[in-house]
Design a protein around this ligand. Structure first.
Ligand SMILES: Cc1ncc(COP(=O)(O)O)c(C=O)c1O
Length: 340
């Protein structure tokens, strides 16, 4: 852009001394100058920097692993296929097994507490600035005593965050691209997709509809929805969801004991997703930490205790991570970087 004027000019300089010392400013392009004080009217004229129709391109390329993802996230794909089916068979009565949604309003006790807390932040006395990276101590203590009494989990083991899906990806950042991982098959898709994005996997194999370098642990009616661990290849990370989404299967104490032993034998970490634990009505474990020794090899998401049950998806992830590396909680570095 150039600025034509009919009066004496003040040019712009990036030098501070020039800027402060004299009324003399200039920029490298010489295309822009501003009139000195009281210098009168100016007229702006655009100076084209690109040839017509030439789109500007950065030199930054996308994470190549993104190209491995198949048709994006699973649920939009389910919705796309459902629509296509309905278009083809307008009279079909479709039972959707796609993404669910909460249907009940958020209880007033939650919304009023949130309103009260946010109002407090608008007062001089109540304003706190950034909160603790791990979440408020009072909340973490309450979670520990309410859900983990007698399981050896304390407030310091608990991290409160903004949702499980984002935490699954952050965990993958923590693990890095050189780990191997296992998932139940079928399972909630975020485990696999975040692994793909991190570069832990090979390409998608269309013939078998699986990614290379992921250990898929078959969970079907034939094996009672629990993997036959004698056929599972050891991996660094084992994502395990119980009750499982989408099968609804909840693992028994004996099965989880086997899983913990399997992880210990192979030096693996279990990422245990107990998102739907509050829906359980039998006495199968609600937490992996009910299994002796699990604390040494596991971390657990318990976020859905609040979110799924009380209609507040994506509000909280209660992230429980007692694993210690070099005398520090495994999550502390990543968590503190991701949250303020
Ligand atoms: C098993 C499981 N884990 C994690 C999530 C994601 O939870 P959030 O809404 O807290 O991101 C879901 C969401 O449906 C889920 O089904």
């Amino acid at each position: 852009m150039s600025l034509e004027n009919h009066h004496p000019l003040t040019s712009i300089s990036s030098s501070t001394s020039g800027f402060l010392g004299q009324n003399k400013l200039s920029i490298r392009t010489q295309n822009l100058s501003i009139p000195a004080k009281n210098s009168g009217i100016s007229r702006c004229i655009a100076t084209p920097t690109l040839e017509k129709n030439e789109a500007y391109k950065t030199k930054v390329s996308r994470n190549a692993n993104m190209a491995k993802l198949q048709a994006g996230y699973l649920f939009p794909e389910v919705a796309r296929r459902t629509e296509a089916h309905k278009l083809k068979y307008p009279n079909a009565k479709v039972i959707s097994l796609g993404i669910g949604d909460t249907t009940e309003p958020i209880p007033e006790i939650i919304t009023s507490a949130m309103a009260k807390r946010s109002y407090t932040l608008s007062t001089i006395k109540g304003y706190t600035g950034y909160g603790a990276e791990q979440g408020e101590k009072q909340l973490r203590s309450a979670i520990a005593s309410t859900f983990y009494a007698n399981l050896g989990i304390e407030a310091n083991d608990i991290f409160v965050s903004d949702g499980a899906k984002s935490d699954i990806s952050r965990l993958q950042v923590l693990f890095g691209s050189n780990v191997t991982m296992a998932v139940q098959d079928p399972s909630y898709p975020a485990y696999v997709d975040s692994s793909v994005i991190m570069g832990q996997t090979g390409q998608f194999q269309t013939r078998v509809e699986k990614y290379e370098n992921i250990e898929y642990m078959k969970c079907t009616p034939e094996n009672g929805f629990f993997p036959d661990l004698s056929t599972v290849s050891p991996t660094n990370i084992i994502f395990f969801c119980s009750p499982n989404n989408p099968t609804g299967f909840a693992a028994s104490r004996e099965q989880l004991t086997k899983l913990v032993q399997f992880a210990k034998d192979n030096g693996s970490i279990i990422v245990y997703d107990s998102a739907y634990a509050l829906y359980m009505s039998d006495d199968n474990p609600r937490s992996i930490f009910e299994i002796p020794g699990a604390k040494e090899v596991s971390l657990e998401f318990i976020f859905k205790i609040l979110s799924a049950r009380f209609g507040t998806f994506g509000f909280f992830s209660l992230f429980l991570l007692p694993l210690i590396v070099n005398n520090q909680h495994l999550w502390l570095g990543t968590g503190a970087t991701a949250y303020t």
